[in-house]
Design a protein around this ligand. Structure first.
Ligand code: PAF
Length: 282
């Protein structure tokens, strides 16, 4: 398995693969790989000749008071895991290799970014879209795999690829969970023992909301109020960032539930901001 830190070296290598007619799968990550990432890697591995995994804590997608400085990392562990899961190449650049001091070009998909994480993290998706576009330009992947835990990210990247005619197939992988339902996340590492014990309530609340909607609740406001009350009693140590019902593809608020709806939440538990979601068919 090769390890590159230089974007130009990566690009040359990947272009030579493409010139040989090989397909390339890409799994972009911020490192500190867990089983959720590894299932994305396995999925990509199954559908391509060459597999590139990127480890890059992208500074431009973090707001000023977010956890960029504390984001967990384990470079050696990540390389060992990626290798064991069949990666051919790791790309782990330094921030200044990806962003020139006078970097001035941004990719944004504003209409899908006004709700959910886009509302509470104003620069986040601009950073994500820009770095993912750069990775696509460097790797020229035929497929790229992203997790559905970041549903809004996936919807935005799909729209970006469609609108800019980027020749890559975007694949979404279902959320990977702990046995008690907590969605895997690198940020789970911030949880204290008591926060970790409480965290499965996030998923349980979403499941109860889905049940309520399947039983006939059609009022979007009442549905979110129901989940707010659930969390107030089952997760008192959490602070809700958002609880929203949105359309799954265009991420627009749903006031009357008449078609499949995405319920998405972000909850602060101690130092961790955890997100989760559920797609509810009606
Ligand atoms: O989902 C992530 O880990 C990041 O947003 C991504 C896609 C690797 C871009 O930095």
């Amino acid at each position: 398995m090769k390890i590159f830190t230089d974007p130009i070296e990566l690009q040359k290598h990947c272009l030579s693969w493409r010139n040989q007619g090989l397909t390339i799968g890409l799994v972009p990550t911020m490192g500190f790989l867990h089983d959720g990432h590894l299932s994305l890697i396995d999925m990509a591995r199954a559908s391509c000749d060459k597999l590139v995994v990127t480890l890059f804590v992208n500074p431009t997608q973090f707001g000023e008071n977010e956890d960029l400085g504390n984001y967990p990392s384990d470079f050696d562990g990540d390389c060992a895991k990626a290798k064991a899961h069949g990666a051919d190449l790791i790309f782990a650049p330094a921030p200044d290799a990806m962003y020139a001091p006078d970097h001035a070009t941004w990719v944004t998909v504003p209409s899908l970014g006004t709700h959910l994480c886009g509302a509470s993290r104003p620069v986040h998706f601009r950073g994500v879209c820009t770095v993912v576009t750069k990775l696509f330009q460097l790797v020229q992947p035929t497929t790229a795999v992203f997790g559905q835990k970041d549903w809004q990210q996936l919807a935005i990247l799909r729209r970006m690829v469609r609108d800019l005619n980027i020749p890559v197939e975007i694949i979404g992988h279902p959320i990977v969970r702990e046995a008690d339902g907590l969605a895997l996340s690198s940020r789970n590492a911030y949880l204290t023992e008591s926060e970790r014990a409480a965290a499965p309530a996030i998923r349980q609340g979403l499941l109860r909301l889905a049940e309520k909607i399947r039983e006939g609740e059609r009022d979007g406001h009442k549905a979110t109020e129901f989940l707010t009350n659930e969390y107030a009693s089952t997760l008192p140590m959490g602070t809700v960032d958002y609880i929203e019902l949105v359309t799954p593809d265009s991420i627009e608020p749903v006031t009357t539930i008449t078609s499949p709806v995405l319920a998405a939440v972000a909850i602060h538990l101690g130092k961790a901001r955890l997100i989760d979601n559920i797609l509810i068919e009606v």
